[in-house]
Design a protein around this ligand. Structure first.
Ligand SMILES: C[S@@+](CC[C@H](N)C(=O)[O-])C[C@H]1O[C@@H](n2cnc3c(N)ncnc32)[C@H](O)[C@@H]1O
Length: 284
């Protein structure tokens, strides 16, 4: 097995991304600072300025991503003055203008979201996971994220009707069709685009950690052993830690010294034998 590298870089992504060669990254997965919401911890970006702030960074991401690569953006619009701000929608449109294809939107259903009572809305229990690509033909290893068929299959597939044995074309001429009989004796099915994951409760000394299962799912889906994963807003180091465990090279960038140190510690502290070489860049 070829040794892998885990590069943790201290600095601002806007500058540090310039050090990464063109077309060298297979997957970018990241959760950038949310607009304004965490102003007390690492500085928020004003919702109205979010797109303007993000575009120079995403332009570098577009340059470093391989044509076969994927960019997954975890984001959620906040409520401003009683309504959802539109910066995420504006960002999607701006990214498309910048040259990205908006391929898909996954939903992260936060299984353990904090209960609460608001006068005009219910508690927020999901976030967006926006998938962007440089081209329409990108690497995707769907078999790596297959899920057990589940109990429904036992009863549904026990007695097949005549229609189940042939390809049943869509009644609304959507072009979609299905042949139920294809799924008999199968143990696994392809998942849907909703990820049901609990938020991270372990103390990683960071206020906005995502669960390890989140980058893990996308790393398995969009990369193979020895590929390179980038997180330009590394936080506590979750993406790099998971990439290392799965035998992928990774680059993580974090602007706050305290979080950078914490990420290095989190990544090194794991009892992990998959990475043979760990290369840390020191803060300047
Ligand atoms: C939402 S947190 C990421 C959390 C991460 N997914 C985890 O699991 O720990 C965003 C991080 O981006 C960092 N950040 C903000 N602006 C940055 C920039 N321009 N360059 C690099 N890091 C930045 C913040 O300090 C913060 O730690």
């Amino acid at each position: 097995m070829k040794p892998i590298t885990t590069n943790i870089i201290f600095g601002d992504s806007k500058e540090k991304l310039r050090e990464i060669p063109d077309n060298s990254v297979d997957l970018i997965i990241t959760s950038p600072p949310y607009a304004d919401s965490r102003v007390n911890t690492y500085g928020g970006i004003k919702p109205d300025k979010y797109v303007e702030w993000f575009l120079p960074i995403s332009s570098e991401m577009l340059r470093v991503l391989k044509p076969t690569g994927t960019f997954v953006l975890n984001i959620k619009e906040k409520v401003v003055d009683g309504e959802r701000h539109t910066y995420v929608i504006e960002l999607i449109l701006a990214l498309r203008k910048q040259g990205w294809f908006w391929t898909e939107e996954f939903v992260w259903h936060k299984k353990n979201s904090f209960p609460g009572k608001w006068p005009n809305r219910f508690r927020d229990s999901w976030e967006r996971l926006l998938q962007f690509n440089k081209t329409k033909t990108f690497n995707m290893y769907q078999e790596e994220v297959m899920v057990p068929m589940g109990d429904w299959a036992k009863s549904r597939l026990k007695k097949l009707s005549e229609t189940d044995l042939i390809r049943d074309e869509s009644k609304v001429s959507s072009g979609f069709g299905k042949r139920i009989a294809n799924w008999v004796n199968r143990e696994k099915a392809y998942p849907n685009n909703v990820l049901h994951l609990a938020t991270e409760c372990g103390n990683k000394n960071h206020s906005a950690v995502f669960p390890e299962a989140l980058p893990e799912w996308f790393i398995k889906l969009f990369t193979k052993d020895g590929d390179t994963v980038l997180d330009p807003f590394l936080g506590s180091g979750t993406t790099s830690r998971v990439a290392k465990r799965l035998g992928r090279n990774s680059i993580g960038i974090e602007v706050l010294k305290e979080y950078y140190d914490n990420a290095v510690e989190n990544i090194n502290n794991k009892n992990d034998i998959s990475s043979l070489v760990v290369e840390m860049r020191q803060p300047v």
